[in-house]
Design a protein around this ligand. Sequence first.
Ligand code: AHM
Ligand code: MG
Length: 335
Amino acid sequence: MTIDRLTLRKFLLQEEEKHGLGHELMMLIEDIGTSCRIIAHQIRNGPFLDILGTAETENVQGETQKQLDVIANDIFLSHLSNCSRVAALVSEEIDNVIWLKDTPKKGDYLVYFDPLDGSSNLNVNMSVGSIFSVVELDEDITDLSNDVVLIKGSKQICAGYALYGPSTSLILSTGNGVNGFTQKIGSGEFLLTFPDMRLPEETAEFAINASRFSHWEPPIRRYVEECLEGPKGPRGKSFNMRWIASMVAEVHRILMRGGVFLYPKDANNASMGGKLRLLYEANPMGFIIEQAGGKASTGRSRILDEQPAGHHQRISVILGSKAEVELIDSYHLEA
Ligand code: AHM
Ligand code: MG
């Protein structure tokens, strides 16, 4: 049985009608979708093209790049430069902000992206993803400095991710809930398969890299230990644990069936402020989670209210089902 589903284009046209989604934003989202489709194709052909391995380069954060990190970044750069409203790009893989305009105007877009998140999963054929976020300039810009892009996540007008798993998903929010699309084999188009995604408030599943246990701060230890105590412990129920080492895959699972994801600041990463990056990892994922009814916190404050101090800034990330994130916040308050 074939179900007639909306294409991404038709969905965006409906958003334009219902919520006044701008035409340029619509085209930008389509360009992002095209980038993700091409990246998905490159990943699936990776073993044949021999591009799953390490490149000869390091990114600005001193991490060894995979060949596909570089390829995915180039694909994003070339497609996002198409949109006449895009003023600047901020990529995990590039040191400086890339300015596409000499005199950016109020209403122009800044696009932040992690072209290939979780790329250590590539050579073991596990899920990876791309993450993106769009912010609108609220004034004309005269000085093209890196500081211009240091805008709070609460100003995002659009965010989302593509998950390259058994199928390719594109999850999107323009501030009116969250909708999920799947790339159709054959035509390659994205069709609306998960309309109006909401995440359950209660959960019994958490995701954390438990090998970092000895570095955790007391509130994180307390939360995980209480979950592990099972029905006889303070939580009164059994918890399940998952860790894929791909934030996109983790967030997607949580959106589909609830849960909480933690990559907190700990004794081992505190000097950097955490592991995950604020502008192109924590903010877009926080926006999606909030739009689906969940919560995204550093443990001490809302991620989307954080004033960025640098465009590659890292931050503590705790996001997912509302009740769990609130509980973890309360443990930080009490500590
Ligand atoms: P990356 O952007 O360099 O790929 O790193 C981010 C990834 C996240 O997707 C994931 O949650 C985390 O790093 C995994 O870290 P760990 O290696 O500690 O499991
Ligand atoms: Mg990343």
